[in-house]
Write a protein that binds this ligand. Sequence first.
Ligand code: SAM
Length: 282
Amino acid sequence: MPNLTDLKTVRALCERHGFSLSKGFGQNFIVNPGICPKMVEAAGIDSGFGVLEIGPGIGVLTKEAALRAAKVAAVEIDSRLLPLLGETLAEFDNIRIINADVLKLDLAALIREEFAGLQVAVVANLPYYITSPILMKLLEERLPVESITVMVQKEAAERICAQPGTRSAGAISLAVRYYAEPKILFTVSPGSFTPPPKVTSAVVQLIPRADSPVHPASEKRMFEVIRAAFGQRRKTAVNAISAGLGLPKPQLQQAVAALGLDERVRPEQLTLEQMAALSDLL
Ligand code: SAM
């Protein structure tokens, strides 16, 4: 089995296949041998699991998952990687590579078809340019998964895990909390990847909730309010939401007052409960 965390092996593999890494697809491959085992351990993967991986690259994390899980389905957008994966994962018979854009895929159907009778975990070193859309897709579709364990930029990890109502919270913090319980597992230095990204990374784990912590009359409306509130971060919540949703400012002022909040409240100061209550009033 080729050692996919050995830089020389990785370079030789890429050269043999005439493959050059694509920045556009966010290709930074893990070459620190400690990382992938730690990620799959943290996901608690064993022979009762099916693993959905997003962006296998040359298969370094795929292989670790396949050593423990019953089955791995890995979605890779870059068709140039298929021959490399064919070589690096040749000895496994429990891996299926799907050449597709994960954002356009029917993941519920994929899970149904691939993982019948298995518990499901998502693991990935995510392409950083689409971290939020991928996480939102995984959560909004309420896929039957036990956990989502993913590498993201450290700054994104902090925002994903920020408590709503605190300074570092953003729209993604509230959205994530609505669907899941997030935590940062560990940070990863740029030197753990080839090529090294400019920033530090972190592995986060999201455990989807059985029930959401708030129950707005309309989920869709609550997310519209959240998006509008954080759409213009330096504005007050009243100004941002009235501009974003095209509602008269007095209506927002009234709603905010009805919740006992100051008219100048900032979007990041609002908790999920307050966002839900606000959206019910609007
Ligand atoms: N898992 C490998 C590793 O850790 O070394 C590669 C991780 S690399 C950060 C991200 C991977 O996601 C790349 O292989 C890239 O081609 C793939 N990718 C980028 N956009 C994608 C998309 N929309 N759908 C599926 N895969 C995508």
